[in-house]
Design a protein around this ligand. Structure first.
Ligand SMILES: Nc1nc2c(c(=O)[nH]1)N[C@H]1C(S)=C(S)[C@@H](COP(=O)(O)O)O[C@H]1N2
Ligand SMILES: [Mo]
Length: 203
């Protein structure tokens, strides 16, 4: 009989270690990180606008966006302040389904996400489609708490979490890669946690 034992007290390389990007630590809680005060956005006042440059392409109110197909994403998230949280469970509407409802193919390679608090962040269009990102509406099956971006936030879990705009109110396709709030303040234009792209000088 063949035994594949890890004798002499050695443990197999843990799955946990492999899921933590360089320079990150594992966080059990869910820290709140916001550049300013939490805006209180009532769902009656909520809307989401898709724009191509300055031109609005389509706008949804809360009921209209909620009527689109819902998807679930359970993902590890990585904040540039060095915490990583495993298995965060979200539900919402994939950007693919928003584009399908608008009846458009992405017109440019660059996108800026915009929020009710004036925040913005840039994400390459290809990082928002093919199931990679959503407008999240629920966290752990419940409405997202205002501090975490409720009623709705962008979720782009494979990039540092500052790319996941809270209180999101639209996506704007831009001709050039335009820096958003943190990117204008020295953070990386892309923000891949596995390549440790924290600041603008990082490769
Ligand atoms: N609109 C908006 N979105 C935002 C922020 C913000 O200040 N305003 N902070 C970003 C940063 S730096 C991080 S790390 C995450 C934090 O999300 P959390 O507070 O739910 O942990 O939201 C991102 N999205
Ligand atoms: Mo952050």
């Amino acid at each position: 009989m063949v035994t594949r034992g890890f004798s002499s007290g050695r443990r197999p390389p843990s799955d946990t270690d492999e899921r933590i990007p360089p320079g990150q630590y594992l966080e059990q809680g869910f820290p709140v990180l916001s550049a300013g005060p939490t805006p209180r956005v009532r769902t009656e006042d909520w809307s989401f606008t898709l724009k191509h440059g300055p031109r609005p392409v389509k706008k949804w109110n809360w009921a209209e966006l909620n009527a689109l197909p819902h998807s679930k994403m359970t993902r590890d998230i990585h904040c540039v302040t060095a915490w990583t949280k495993f298995n965060t469970p979200w539900q919402g509407v994939l950007i693919d389904d928003i584009l399908a409802d608008a009846g458009i193919e992405p017109p440019t390679a660059h996108t800026l996400a915009h929020s009710f608090d004036g925040y913005s962040t840039n994400v390459p269009t290809k990082d928002l489609v093919t199931g990679k990102a959503m407008v999240a509406l629920l966290y752990e099956g419940k409405p997202i708490a205002p501090d975490h971006g409720g009623p709705a936030r962008l979720l782009v879990p494979h990039l540092y979490f500052w790319k996941s705009a809270k209180w999101v109110n639209g996506l704007q396709f831009t001709e050039r890669d335009e820096p958003g709030f943190w990117e204008l303040r020295g953070y990386h234009m892309y923000g891949d946690p596995w390549r440790e792209q924290r600041y603008s000088g990082d490769p």
